[in-house]
Design a protein. Structure first.
Length: 208
């Protein structure tokens, strides 16, 4: 772990040893296959896009899947963990990799799609509005959120840790905050899907 000081305990958690262990735990082509199936569903109702930013990309399982579906796609990524960021840089077709916290990263351009999957649930709730603003300002067209859903905010234990996983209606909060956003599509993928499971993922496509 580097010497950078982060504002929240959640950032420290993912930048440090737990984040390193997570990198070792999630490798596998099965994840890529499930993601290809998921993104095929998610993007079936969008118009063509050529640029995408993923916030919290980890080792790039989502981006590898997207590159299979959209070979000419230009992709950048933000990732707080240095080991994961190093792995991202080895993937063909990845442009800029920002090894930084979503809360701190400085982004100077917009993308047609901003993707965040399984990351908002780990953000300190007090900082969510800052993340929503970064997502909103970074896209020119689409926002894709894929997270655990709950109609009201709730915290749940995460692998024996407290204060590290929060479920809520992330998409609904963004729609309330930014009136020019609208819902393109949404769906759910069960962890017991026999072919392409996800971890009980509820996804939304929002459009400006």
């Amino acid at each position: 772990m580097g010497t950078k000081h982060y504002k929240t305990s959640q950032e420290e958690f993912w930048a440090g040893d737990f984040g390193d262990e997570y990198v070792e735990r999630i490798t596998g082509d099965e994840w890529v296959a499930s993601n290809i199936a998921l993104f095929s569903r998610i993007f079936r109702t969008t118009e063509r896009f050529d640029t995408l930013l993923e916030l919290g990309a980890n080792i790039g399982l989502n981006l590898r899947s997207l590159k299979t579906l959209f070979p000419s796609l230009t992709m950048d990524a933000v990732e707080i963990n240095s080991q994961a960021a190093a792995a991202l840089k080895q993937i063909d077709g990845i442009g800029t990799v920002y090894n930084d916290s979503i809360l701190d990263v400085s982004l100077d351009k917009q993308y047609e799609v901003v993707l965040i999957k399984g990351v908002l649930i780990h953000i300190n709730p007090d900082e969510l509005n800052r993340v929503y603003e970064k997502i909103y300002n970074s896209t020119s067209r689409y926002i894709v959120l894929a997270e655990y859903y709950n109609p009201t905010p709730v915290e749940v234990p995460y692998r024996g840790h407290e204060g590290k996983l929060f479920k809520r209606d992330f998409a609904g909060e963004m729609l309330d905050r930014y009136p020019d956003l609208s819902v393109v599509d949404y769906g759910f993928v069960w962890h017991r899907d026999v072919h392409f499971p996800q971890d009980d993922c509820t996804w939304f496509v929002l459009s400006k």
